[in-house]
Each structure stands twice: as C-alpha cells, then as structure tokens.
Design a protein around this ligand. Sequence first.
Ligand code: SAH
Length: 456
Amino acid sequence: MSFAVNKNDRIEVQIEDLTHDGAGVAKVDGYPLFIQGALPGETAEVLVLKTLKKYGFAKLMNVLQPAPERVTPPCHVFPTCGGCQLQHLSYEAQLIQKRKSVRDVMDRIAKLPDVPVLEVKGMDDPWRYRNKSQIPFDTENDRVITGFYKSRTHHIVDTDVCLIQTVEADNLMRLLKHKIQQLGIETYDEKTHRGMLRHLIVRKARQTGQVMVVLVTRHKKFPQKDAVVDLIRQEVPEVTSIMQNVNSANTNVIMGNETINLYGENVIIDRIGDTSFEISARSFYQVNPVQTEVLYQQALDYAGLTGNETVIDAYCGIGTISLFLAKQAKEVYGVEIVPQAIQDAKRNAELNGITNTHFEAGAAEEIIPKWYADGKRFDVLVVDPPRKGCDEKLLETILEYKPRKVVYVSCNPGTLARDLRILEDGGYRTKEVQPVDMFPHSSHVECVALLQRETI
Ligand code: SAH
C-alpha cells in the first residue's frame, strides 16, 4: 500500500494541531502525521518513522519556523523522560491548549456546543507541585542511576533533578543515588528479579512540611537499614517518617503488602483548607495539593450547599471531598471500592471531629442503588470516577432517582463528555464546565461540571 509519505522520508511540514497527549499533527495530502515535540503554527523538518493505514509517526528533526509560544524547556531530560509532555509550550499557552481540548470533546462527543467551558484555573507557580514521587533505581555499567521511566518503557532516564517534584525529593534521590553503593545496597533488577532496593518514595505534606520516605525493598531482611536511616536523618532533616515496604513479587506494581516503621511516625499529616488528613505509605492522596484545594472548592461552589442537603460523594477515596463538603451539608455519604481507603476516610472524619459523614466500602454502582432502595434520598451527587468514567449502572441509577444536582469531577475529558451526553438524554442540563490544571507540563486536564434537572 502506498501513502502520501513513506518511512525514512525527510520532509517539511506545517503543524496544524496538538493531540490530547501533546503531539503535533501535520497533514500531508490529508494523511495525518503525529510528531512529538512539534507545536501548532510551526514549520518543521521531520523524519517519517512509521506509516499505518490511517496515520503515521514522524520525528522532529528541525524547527524551521518556531511558534511564538515555544519556550526552552528548563528540564534537561525533557522530552526523553516521559513525565512531562508540554514543557516546550509556555504555561499560558498550555492552559489555552487544555481549554481547547475540553471544548473539543464537549462539541464532538457530548454534542454540547453551547455549554460554557471556562478558562482553565492554572497555578501561579507551576513548578515543584507534586507531593509524591516514586523513584526507581537501576545499575548501568556499575553506576547507580535514578530518575523516571522513558515514556511507555521501563528504561530509566538518569537525572538528579525533577522540577515538578519537591526539593526534598530531589535531595533524597541524589543522596541515595550517590551513597547506596557505598552502603553495599544493590539496586533491584527487573529482568533478573535480583537485588534489593526497588523504589524510593517521597511524600510531603505541604501544609505541615512533614516528609515521609518509603524504601521499597525486595526482602524484609535489610541489613543496612540503620545506616540508611542515619544518613537520611543527617542529610535531610525535614524527614519525619522513614518506612520500609517489602515487595518480593516479580511485578511492576510498586508496593507490596508489608510496611515496617524504621524511624519516626507511621503517617504524615496534611491539611486541605482547614481539614486535616493522615497519609500513610500506601494511602491514595491527590498529588497536587495547591490545585486540589481549587478543585474541591469548585465542586463545593457547584454543590451550592445551605446546610440542609444530603449529599453523595461517589468514588470518595480517603474521603477528601466528603469531609470538605460535610461542613456545609446536613449529611454526606461516601462510597469507595478500596476498603483501606474507607478506613482512612473514617479515621480522617474522626480526626476532624466530623460526625455527619457515613462511609461504605464497595462499588458505587452497587452501593448507591442499595441506599436508594433503603429509602434514603439525596439532593446532590458528587462523582469523581477513575479515567474510565462512571459505570453505566451508576448513570442509570442517577436517571432513575433524579437527584437535583450532579457535580461531576473528572480526570478524563473524553469519558466526562460521553457521560454528560447520557445524563443530558435523561433530562439533566450541563450548566458549565470548569477545567482545573492539576498537572502542569503534562497533557492531562481535570474538569468539574455542574448538571441540574430542569424538571423533576
Ligand atoms: N475523590 C477522591 C478519589 C478520586 S480517584 C479524591 O479526590 O481524592 C477515584 C477513586 O475511585 C479511587 O479511589 C478508586 O479506588 C475508586 N473506584 C474505582 N472504581 C470504583 C467503583 N466502581 N466504585 C467506587 N469506587 C471506585
């Protein structure tokens, strides 16, 4: 079969668009070519890498005419490291781009061309925002390397600095990288399933400054543990908790089931607004604390609570949104599929002296129909599902029982748009969509949408 271009062609193209995962798109006689690193408005020389039936991939060789929004990425391993996709685009332009991609799915998938998609709420300082880093180790030519995986691989791109993680994570990554050989600790080798140190995990509570280190090891027996603890305490005094997590399985799941305290507390404590949360080694917790507050505040504003409402928080995780809503609601019912997260949610409610929340472990699409069948009624339903969106059965339950308002928090605009169409067809009206930038320099965008019923 012949295409407009062939593998190994070196051609000049005009970049017309940017995909949802941050690649530039050029069309050669209507045949789309995806080019990582190229920006709309640019003229570029590219090398064709691969041609498929409907589209192909090319490598950016030379930017002949740069876009005005192009900036020099401050990170020296961008774009080889898969962590960020948009560092070559100015932050302002990233926000415009993210709004456009939400607008696009609202038009195309939700068929809602008139629904307002507001300007993306971005960060004043879009660096050093991640409160959790999971850093793998490896040894290459007798040298320890650390960093992050190259996109779609398990190959570590060696670095000492990551500008979206905390300074403490940088310091710990550098410290261990340079000292573990000296301490006689072997890095874990995925291919042979040998060695000891698998991952360094660093979590920081932004509001209290507490830092937790988790060392994920292949064996429980960790002869050098005292030496590592001493070294970390000496060099990074911000650390308040050092945990060992044992993962002996031949898997790419990062943590195993057993966690042992090596030093300090078992948890760190953070606050969102004036609500405190205990975070343990394995707790799920939003990774951008500054924007989490913006996101939750938006959900709270859309919920429009007066103190008389009974609210559901579906997909509640450790109850962060529930506890945020609880202060302004009569009652909040949270449901989440991971039992440990529900235990954390209950514990966090207690910690904050909140008594009007109820948490239940299970699938939202099972538990919510059960609550309704038990005669409970709800005024507002907040959903915050994983990337695949709401379960169909949950959407059917919403359409059957018709809560007045639905606040939909989504990390995937595509599935949000799909679900909005289903709810619209069932009598809801989407009032507004507010995108929030939780992950600057990546191509992800989070949204909060408000839906209301016009008729009962
Ligand atoms: N609202 C929380 C967590 C959102 S992430 C926060 O803001 O922190 C989505 C959550 O949905 C995860 O905790 C995941 O475990 C949970 N989940 C996934 N499928 C589920 C289902 N079918 N029912 C209930 N919870 C589910």
